[in-house]
Write a protein that binds this ligand. Sequence first.
Ligand code: SF4
Ligand code: SF4
Ligand code: FES
Length: 491
Amino acid sequence: MEMINININGKVFSVDAESTILEAATANGIHIPTLCTIKGIDSRASCRICVVEVKGERVFQPACATKVRKGMEVDTDTLAIRKSRKTTLELLLSRHAVDCHHCLRIGNSRCDDLDPAFCEMCFFCECVKDGCCELQALAREYKVDVLPYPHENIDQKVDKSTGSIIRNSNKCVKCRRCVDVCNDIQTVHNLSIINRGSNTKIVPEMDKNMKDSPCVQCGRCVDVCPTGALFVEEHTDEVLFYTHNYGIETAALVSSNTLKKLAELFRMETPVMEAELVVAGLRKIGVDYVYTDEVVNQLSAKDGEKALLKALETEKETVIITDSYAAEKFVKQNFAKLAPKLVTYDSPQRIFSKYMKQNFAGDQNHNTSDFRLIAVTEGGENAADAYENKSVDFVIPARELYSIFIRTGVNPKKRQPLKPDSIVVSPKELPATVFFAPVEWSMEKDIKQTEFVLSGNRIKAAIATNLGQVGVLLEEVQNGNSPYRVIRINA
Ligand code: SF4
Ligand code: SF4
Ligand code: FES
């Protein structure tokens, strides 16, 4: 890697010659605020929040899209820059339904009050992202305590057509993150940007609602949206109703994929929240049985293993296997000829649902045959699966669980850790091959290749960690030149 010297805020740093100003500053501990850019995708510099002064340039430059040059002199935090960022934020907020900052809207408070600790006591903010919204955090950082411009374009209909992934265009800041993820990473090409100026809109294909569009409900656009414009439908009221209802029992599955986000939201110093603290918090709000996901992950892997062994007996070509709701939809939509060959097995959420339905309702130890299942998990596809296939009654992402805890005054950080309930299975069921272990979604183009042994046979395989990778692997299968015996696909 070639290194060059540049000057940032009066100090010389040696930086990667290929980096942007943003990357160079971040690598050296200098904060530059951003909104539209996300790591892993080339920035389109659409928000102008990250502007900096570069000596010799007439206008401010976007740090996320400007490459460093030898000897470059950059200022990241002058008064003029702060003023420019603040004006940009005020303009963005003029086209944003400000359902948070209730204390600002009634005009009797200042942005200082929007310390997270203050927000935790306030029940008036209506936005699902309140407390974890990047726009709100920037408004706080730049002290946007009045909204000087008239509000425009905040009366668009909220798209709730899928019942799980909700699109509220009134909160969209047109950062394009969702468009880039849907097009460049997931290759679904559902979202695009239309019109210009203040009429600019992000829309699903042909401006349809999400349900009628080619959306496969992977939920990745939700994961990258910085505001409350895209989110997973909330179930706080129902969850609290059932947890407080003595005639109905509730059981929750806590997925380990939520623990990092919970630690972040509760501003913990550890990288993840201990699962036992989440168990304690859920019990406190009235959930009767709380499970963690180690055993259901293993049971799901075992189900995958059995399905694969069966498929290998008859399928002479590449076996395509998945437990992903969205990946299955993607194959049906884009590779119709391969769809009949697709082998599916139960995801951890579905395994949990089956286990509870078989072992819970008829069990004498339980007071009732009526129960509700809650999955605490990230991933819009789990919410879509719950809505479409009723695998569980409610899917609660970490963000919503945080808000439930805040609203009920339960702070899991301050509770005594509690052991989760046990899912009892025969030792014969476990363990399963690591090939079916949970995988994290990634923005990578490189596909993970692997080899594993199943029933004495060594198998050459690939694991796709996003839908773009799925597309590449299935093209090869379709063209008859796949080098793999097995492909596991994820969305
Ligand atoms: S859920 Fe997935 S497919 Fe649907 S719009 Fe978002 S990124 Fe695209
Ligand atoms: S919906 Fe969210 S991610 Fe997409 S452009 Fe709007 S604010 Fe950005
Ligand atoms: S973060 Fe650089 S222009 Fe948006």
